[in-house]
Design a protein around this ligand. Structure first.
Ligand code: SF4
Ligand code: MG
Length: 319
């Protein structure tokens, strides 16, 4: 299958602090050397605790923010070395869905206008054409075309996320980066949105980079899953492999933390101790060593590389 997105050694370091001297400010290594491929038509889940850099990675991939180092290739084009006009064309094919669509919906705009705003910016459609396309998009995401003239405040959280999805579809993208798209919703509504996204993916041959802290949600939608810890991918595998045979102690801990009925708790459960350390001066060697129950000397000094354990199962651990 065709590789749609190739990410290589991507880094994003932020300087923070107020010192007048740039060199005295602290550096946050939000994303620190991430590489992966996303194949056309697949959903790659990206999981980890809050602060692990997954949202930053999602924004880097569609170039909402600029990386410090590394490369991103989309459909064969080097995203980081494009002229503005070329970037504009590629951007249409990579859309973004946010956790809180309400924050990004202008309260004074009618829904059809919001959904087709990307087309208005294109400037190729008349207003009536755009309104008709808006109605079509609303139906596509399970809303009635009769709501086209309503305003954002008239919709529930789940409906607003459908509007966010419709807007992302307006320019016929190939890839949608979804950052915690259902995390603000009730569990029953989460399932509806996940089902909608799965149907749309199949109908429209979309690919998703699906970012979530919730492994149970990712399990429903992803084909493969990448686990991030403190700016790095520590494990990457097909979904069934990752959930049934997790290798990295951090992945095992995250999976152990998914609520299951007590008698079903699998053997080899790991309880995660403590909090994620700061990405300013992260731990040396394996960044997980401060919380890993299996850490040994080598873990404190030598950084484990992400290595294939089998053809499609990558793990970064000395064990
Ligand atoms: Fe634990 Fe060492 Fe593996 Fe890191 S490299 S996950 S500290 S065993
Ligand atoms: Mg986030």
């Amino acid at each position: 299958p065709e590789s749609l997105l190739q990410v290589r050694d991507l880094k994003k370091h932020f300087r923070i602090g107020t010192s007048l001297f740039k060199s005295r400010r602290q550096v946050v290594q939000a994303v620190d050397g991430v590489s992966f491929d996303l194949v056309a038509g697949e959903t790659l889940g990206l999981v980890g605790e809050s602060g692990c850099g997954k949202s930053t990675l999602g924004r880097l991939v569609v170039r909402l923010i600029e990386p410090t180092e590394g490369s991103v290739t989309f459909g064969g084009q080097d995203l980081l070395n494009l002229k503005a006009t070329e970037l504009h064309a590629v951007r249409k094919k990579c859309q973004f869905i946010f956790q809180d669509p309400y924050g990004s919906l202008d309260p004074r705009m009618r829904i059809w206008d919001i959904v087709t705003e990307p087309l208005a910016i294109e400037g190729k459609m008349s207003r009536p054409e755009r309104r008709a396309r808006g109605q079509e998009l609303l139906e596509r995401v399970g809303l009635s075309s009769s709501v086209a003239d309503s305003y954002p405040h008239e919709f529930s959280g789940g409906q607003r996320q459908r509007i966010g999805v419709a807007r992302a579809l307006a320019l016929d993208p190939r890839l949608i980066v979804c950052d915690e798209p259902v995390s603000a919703l009730d569990v029953s509504i989460q399932a509806q949105i996940i089902n909608l996204m799965t149907d749309l993916k199949n109908e429209l041959q979309l690919s998703y980079l699906f970012i979530s802290h919730n492994l149970a949600v990712v399990r429903h939608i992803a084909d493969r899953v990448a686990v991030m810890y403190l700016g790095k991918i520590v494990e990457l595998a097909p979904k069934s492999e990752l959930y049934n045979h997790p290798q990295h102690p951090y992945t095992r801990a995250l999976i152990s933390a998914i609520p299951v009925p007590e008698p079903d708790r699998p053997a080899g459960t790991i309880d995660l101790q403590g909090h994620v350390p700061s990405p300013i001066n992260p731990p040396t060697g394996c960044r997980f060593h401060t919380r890993c129950p299996f850490a040994f000397d080598r873990c404190r000094t030598e950084e484990p590389q992400l290595i294939a354990q089998s053809t499609d199962h990558l793990v970064a651990c000395h064990l």
